[in-house]
Ligand binder design. Sequence first.
Ligand code: UD1
Length: 422
Amino acid sequence: MHYLQIKGEAKLSGEIKISGAKNAALPLIALIILSKNPVTIKNLPDVSDIKTLIQLLANLGAKCEYLDAHTAVIDPRGINSTKAVYDIVRKMRASILVLGPLLARFGKAEVSMPGGCAIGARPIDLHLKAVEKMGAQVKIEEGYVVCEGALRGANISFDKITVTGTENVVMAAALAHGETCIINAAKEPEVVAVCEALASAGVKIEGIGTDELKITGTAGELLNINEITVIPDRIEAGTYLCAGAITNSKISVTSVNPAHLGAVLAKFEDMGFKFEISGSGNDSKITILPADEIKATKIITTEYPGFPTDMQAQFMALTCVAQGTSTVEERLFENRFMHVSELNRMGADIKLNGNIATIKGGKLAGADVMATDLRASSALVLAALAASGTTRVHRIYHLDRGYESLEAKFSALGAQILRLEE
Ligand code: UD1
């Protein structure tokens, strides 16, 4: 197994090109199941979650070919199975994203109950209730969710805002008979990317980017999709900006969309950092400038456009070196605090009370720590950069699920970071 060895008290400089968004690429790959043609998908991040989903599509019978590390052509015409098998799904919970498209195209989908990051119970009841409302019969058989039936439009009101749930229903509704109305839909940029890909293939969708979506299905007619480009990864961008912040260095991220990072940039500003922003849309550049003093803050994670739960761990690492006491309230995933004990091993002073962490800022010291989930792992890398001495972050396969060329990108910023064998 590999681990990362990171030398602390780093000073970083330079710029990093941000990869395509893993969480947008995943539904966009699943969406290709709805296409009648082969689709070229560009700006894919070179991370293991993407390879897992492509492997899943190949296992269903799709022809998948990489043109280069970031571009693949996926031909869904050969799909001859509707079963997403345990061996692949257990690696990644987001495999559930094939449920909506398979059901919509073939009238049947069997998906092994998903695994993935261990951050709370993470049920899929909302996905299932929605497809049931659209006319599917849902059963659980031998660890598989089995959905069957022709889909028709329905009124779906989500009790809780769910990102992949919204994506699944939007994709299912695209081929259904009639109109589907989703109330309390997720508004994340990744959901918008899915809606826009469908809209550019001719599916009528009203309310894109709002919490109420109306989708008119094609009544079974497959979609004419040729090319999709994945949007920039706002979480990867936020993580590198956090690296600039925690080392109080000036660094830039390029190929990003500042509009997707509103709550994150505002929080950096609250903590005393300033930015320079240039370019436009997905091709922007953000430079973070050192703060005179890193101030304590109060963070509450909520759905987009609020502060993202996927940036919670990285900001907690940052609050560990702030002046004064910060609080972090996690409202989306009850168990998303596995990084707390590891940060405390590095000398942090974090106390947990239910879903609220109180962090007394101070100094961090290098230690051996264990990565526990994707974003918690990146928080440990950030903490290591600021700590005195050397840190070894173990179990980094979590990081490889979602961060492309992490040590190469950090090395390019001047960090001393090595991938070594245990
Ligand atoms: C997606 C992201 C993940 C991010 C999360 C929240 C992908 C591949 N993953 O995960 O990185 O942290 O959004 O922004 O895009 N819930 C239910 N029942 C359901 C579905 C969800 O109770 O059927 C609950 C969850 O337990 C959680 C909340 O709803 O408390 C939000 O989860 P959801 O938005 O569904 O997260 P994911 O789509 O799995």
